[in-house]
Design a protein around this ligand. Structure first.
Ligand SMILES: Cc1cc2nc3c(=O)[nH]c(=O)nc-3n(C[C@H](O)[C@H](O)[C@H](O)COP(=O)(O)O)c2cc1C
Length: 249
């Protein structure tokens, strides 16, 4: 059983490739999180969790979802982390999470996908993004082959800088950077409500036909990258930047 979390589609895309290879169920954690539901999952084959890297860790929201859900049947699991660059030492807290859930982690694989964090960085050109997706898709198929064979994922080298980023920078980053205060809409906004629907934390409401953010944001980029009018900005940084969203095939 594949359980994925996504803001802008990369993780869903790879989860669906692996699900097709394994002919296994592919479930979105986002719909559970949106409905504030816990999951009770049962599978006879290993669980696979697919999600983005947020500040060299799995997203705190997804970690909390796994923590509070139940997993019965198979005791084995794998993680595939999609990232714009690298996952740091995310494997350490995943190992601890699996231990608490009494799951045996058979590996964490990092797969590069196009950068979606336009609040701080920029997304690659369409052409470059396509190249990255092609390579990422091949790696996802390799992950599926290992899972079918019951083999562990290859070990991931972790250096001292990775350890620092994951253990020290991640909590500071969440405290100081992850906030919705800089989101606003431009005159292009039609009040269509796409951002309200896209927000997994139900943090956006329309007031007088315009979106208002209410202080509970995880910076998934679904609202800004999914806006059909490109009418959402984040401070000055996103002005003129390409939006990135990998839509369903
Ligand atoms: C809040 C946030 C933090 C991120 N932190 C990292 C990071 O530490 N390392 C990295 O390589 N990519 C980072 N990224 C990029 C995403 O992990 C990457 O683009 C991912 O594939 C997006 O997946 P999604 O489309 O399923 O949401 C970050 C993105 C966001 C939105």
């Amino acid at each position: 059983m594949i359980i994925y979390f996504t803001g802008t589609g990369n993780s869903r895309y790879l989860a669906e490739i692996i699900a097709a290879e394994l002919q296994d169920d592919c479930i979105s954690a986002v719909s559970y999180i949106k409905e504030k539901q816990l999951g009770n999952f049962h599978a006879e084959t290993p669980f696979l969790f697919v999600c983005p890297v947020y500040a060299w860790q799995i997203p705190h929201v997804f970690e909390a979802f796994i923590e509070s859900s139940t997993f019965t049947g198979s005791k084995d699991c794998y993680f595939v982390l999609t990232c714009g660059d690298e996952m740091g030492n995310a494997g350490k807290s995943i190992a601890a999470l699996c231990h608490r859930k009494e799951l045996s982690c058979k590996g964490v694989m990092e797969i590069k996908m196009p950068e979606n964090y336009i609040a701080l960085f920029s997304a690659p050109s369409e052409e470059k993004a396509q190249e990255i997706i092609t390579v990422g898709s091949q790696k996802a198929k390799e992950a599926a082959r290992l899972i079918v064979q019951g083999k562990p994922f290859p070990p991931h080298h972790v250096g001292s800088v990775d350890k620092l980023k994951t253990s020290l920078v991640n909590p500071v980053f969440y405290k100081l950077v992850i906030s919705d205060k800089k989101f606003y809409t431009t005159a292009q906004c039609t009040g269509c409500g796409a951002c309200v629907k896209a927000c997994m934390l139900r943090n956006i409401r329309l007031i007088d036909g315009k979106p208002v953010w209410n202080g509970n944001c995880t910076h998934c980029m679904a609202c800004i990258c999914g806006c059909p009018e490109e009418a959402i900005e984040y401070g000055k940084h996103t002005k003129g930047l390409r939006r990135y969203f990998l839509k369903k095939k």
